[in-house]
Design a protein around this ligand. Sequence first.
Ligand code: MOS
Length: 725
Amino acid sequence: MKDQTKSKTGASVNRLEGALKVMGKAKYSSEFAIDNLAFAQGIQSTISAGKITSIDTSLAEKQEGVIKIITHENALKLKGYGGRFEEPDTKSISPSLQTPDVHYYGEYIGVVVAETFEQARYAANLVKVTYAKSEPKFIFDEHLDELYMPKEINDKAKTNTQWGDVEKGLKDAYKTIDVTYNTPVEHHHPMELHNIIATWEGDKVIAYASTQIVAHAVKTIADTFEIPEDNVRVITPYVGGGFGSKLQLREHGTLGIMASKMIGRPVQLTVTRHEMFTAVGFRQHNRQHMRLGADKEGNLTALSHETSAATSTYEEFQEPCGAISQTLYNTPNSLVTHKLMKLNLPSPRWMRAPGEAPGSFALESAMDELAYKLQMDPAEFRIKNDTQHDLSVDKPFSSRQFVECIRIGAEKFDWKNKWKPTPGHTKKENWLVGYGMSGSSRQSPYMESSALIKLKLDNDKVQVTVQTDATDIGTGSYTIIGQTISEYLDIPLEQISVELGDSKFPKTPGSGGSWGAASYTNGAKVACDNAINTLKTLASTSEDLSVIELMKKADLTEFEAKGTAGPTEEFENYSVYSFGANFCEVWVDEYSGMVRLEHFVNVGSAGKILNPKTAYGQIIGGITWGLGQALTEHSQVEPNHGNFITRSFADYHVPVNLDLGKIDVIFLPEDDYIANPMGVKGIGELGITSIAAAIANAVFNATGKRVRDLPITPEKIMKTKMEVA
Ligand code: MOS
């Protein structure tokens, strides 16, 4: 057999689709040249609560190129679909244009369909709407008395937990902290805008939709338009980022499909960058009240993490900020709760590491604050409070190299020599230099996933095509699935073609929640195992022959095999998490409060790393996003009308290359065969977790100032008082 080491899992293979992307040949959902395509532009509400009393479309209808204007008055009647992606149902949300009700500023209240995008946009501006306004709510602090515990969410996801007696643990502690952190609304901005091209033939529809989960989009469309799932085809070979915003096909998807059905022509609806601030979800505002206590030796005696957040008036959404406090440290007394209030804003959504991203900022800042009070090295404080048992569910971890991540990161960063407990210890000209660290963890889900492989013998070479409805959201799915086939069929990558993102292919859980890589590759592996086993039977041999030899022996030139992998009972008996540690150096300008990231070291332990190159990209992306979360990202609501007024990258600031310092990413060797047969754990969301805390902790170490409300802007640094131990 030939050596496929260079293309097997574990190798730093270049992206299989990289060249296509560079040449512009990778087709994203808006790039399919469909004949007779019409363009739709949404009309958005300009109040945040109330009812539409009239819509005058007469002027808009007269404009050149306008084909149809759809409002609640003439829209197709659709069935509702669920807000939660597990179970589309009729309970919690109405698709757009079903009633005259307005729930938030910027809600889609109509669609103009025209021959060109420009004509549709122009006409949309000429539609005149009058409203009966009601009293809106969008200021968090004005509705604190309306906070409640969303029972359904909590029962289902067990977001609230309690053990021991937190009050007693705090009372018995040698040192305690009692502080509150705020993280603001942050918005989704994947490079590729949300988009759909819909085309009907009778009661069958094809949707080219930018989505993370093909099978879920199929279900949503089938439910909403009341047609069998077999009548729906979703195609999305490439997705230009999703990060949670494309887990569900949202209102724009329904509108595009509805418009196409109503005019009897293919329709494209693209969410503009401006509309991305209202149409595709965002990270909700979270207020996290942290109370921690520790004894003289630095053992935690209590950890209380209480989150209050805002959801919309029409859907309950809660990101589990306290999840990380349930599992990361050993504490005899624990309390984790989540509360919501309903505001007239669009529904929040999953955003990369939903829960952990803001939750880890609170927990890992609080741990730093307590370590400072104890006068302990924050790295040693975390090591001291390690646990190998998940106390929240009373299960062991399948693997946990948390302490190793901290130790190796500390060594690589030279933490022991650099970090000093007294803030302001190092100055370089006008720069205050500080060092900070944090620990991190993220659940690593694993779900049922299938693949089909097709083998073709051609001049003494086997060509393999693998098909699954998996998506590649820029993360490397094509490449790691190809590597898996290469490894388990022992065939060079050049002979393998990977086809993804089409609902006619076998089902997967899609990309999201850090479950994609492990699920996809294990599904592909089972397809390979099945192929070899069946070929052996057909060839009447038990010898370990190559695929070519087996096919020849079985007298086959073509052969297909399918496989499905999924979690076993053993998986359910363990808590499966990835772990990490972060160390960073920041420079803070003494006079302006400007923060510069100088150096970042991230150590992760996430099972077998299928492809260090693509995994490295995931972590770099997470660190970049974490830097944005820490220093710049903040969506602001205009206080009179409830409109998001940060509406472009000119005022919603995300980090660019120049903002990043030197970044080192290290993965610890780990094969977790409890997690799954390939030993893979999740990595995508681990990357952002606890990044903001490491930076905030370094800012404190530089300045002695603890900014507890993200983002840490120069203004906040200048206004915050120094703390004294
Ligand atoms: Mo995930 S919330 O789909 O990045």
